[in-house]
Design a protein around this ligand. Structure first.
Ligand code: PRP
Ligand code: URA
Length: 209
């Protein structure tokens, strides 16, 4: 069963409250999403492997630790996942970026794929799938399927807000994928929106409504 980590850090919770507020405009929404993404990736990568190296400082030499093991890849789910990329890249600038284009059919709520381009060596990387919203889990589950079909098996899912329904779906369909969220909300409404949520993340990031 995959692990679910909910970040209860006061800075993350404070910033998320501003994002939930319907009065928060596009510019602030986008900036705060980027900040939270950076704070989240700091925790998501806490268990990355390190190795000891020797470094010569201006004073002497000393043993230090640097990252080793698998390199990172980040895969935003278009569109809303794009809003998390800058924050993550700020902390892990060497990460390669893949893109998966999916939208949720408003009637069936089923994901429809329109784009997929992953880094060539994705199968050798630790992959972080980014999407602010995990609602029914259909989009994230489909994205993870595409990634697995390309031979990748080290995948973590990073969401801002998740509904219990989405968590249950990922745990059932992808028990090997750990899920990291800033908040676990109450339920989905009849339109498949997370309650209380923050509305349509893509529209709020890009100002399309
Ligand atoms: C939103 C969101 C997720 C998906 C979550 O995207 O960014 O990708 O819905 O819903 P689900 O868990 O029920 O699949 P949307 O389809 O609105 O597309 P957009 O990012 O282009 O706005
Ligand atoms: N997608 C969103 O952007 N918001 C929701 O609440 C659910 C799906």
């Amino acid at each position: 069963m995959s692990k679910v980590v909910v970040f209860d850090h006061p800075l993350i919770q404070h910033k998320l409250s501003i994002m939930r507020d319907k009065k928060t405009g596009t510019k602030a929404f986008r900036e705060i999403l980027s900040e939270i993404s950076m704070l989240m990736v700091y925790e998501v990568t806490r268990d990355l492997e390190t190795e000891e190296i020797e470094v010569e400082t201006p004073i002497t030499t000393c043993k230090c630790r640097v990252l080793s093991g698998k390199k990172l890849g980040i895969i935003p789910i278009l569109r809303a996942g794009l809003g998390m990329v800058d924050g993550v890249i700020n902390l892990v600038p060497a990460a390669r970026v893949g893109h998966i284009g999916l939208y949720r059919d408003p009637k069936t709520l089923e994901p429809v794929e329109y784009y997929c381009k992953l880094p060539e060596d994705s199968d050798k990387r630790e992959l972080l799938v980014l999407d602010p919203m995990l609602a029914t889990g259909g989009s994230a589950s489909a994205a993870i399927n595409f990634i697995k079909q390309r031979g990748c098996h080290h995948i973590r899912l990073v969401n801002l807000i998740a509904a219990p329904e989405g968590i249950a779906r990922i745990q059932k369909e992808h028990p090997d994928v750990d899920i990291y969220v800033a908040a676990l909300d109450d339920h989905l409404n009849e339109h498949g929106y997370i309650v209380p949520g923050l509305g349509d993340a893509g529209d709020r990031i890009f100002g399309t409504k």
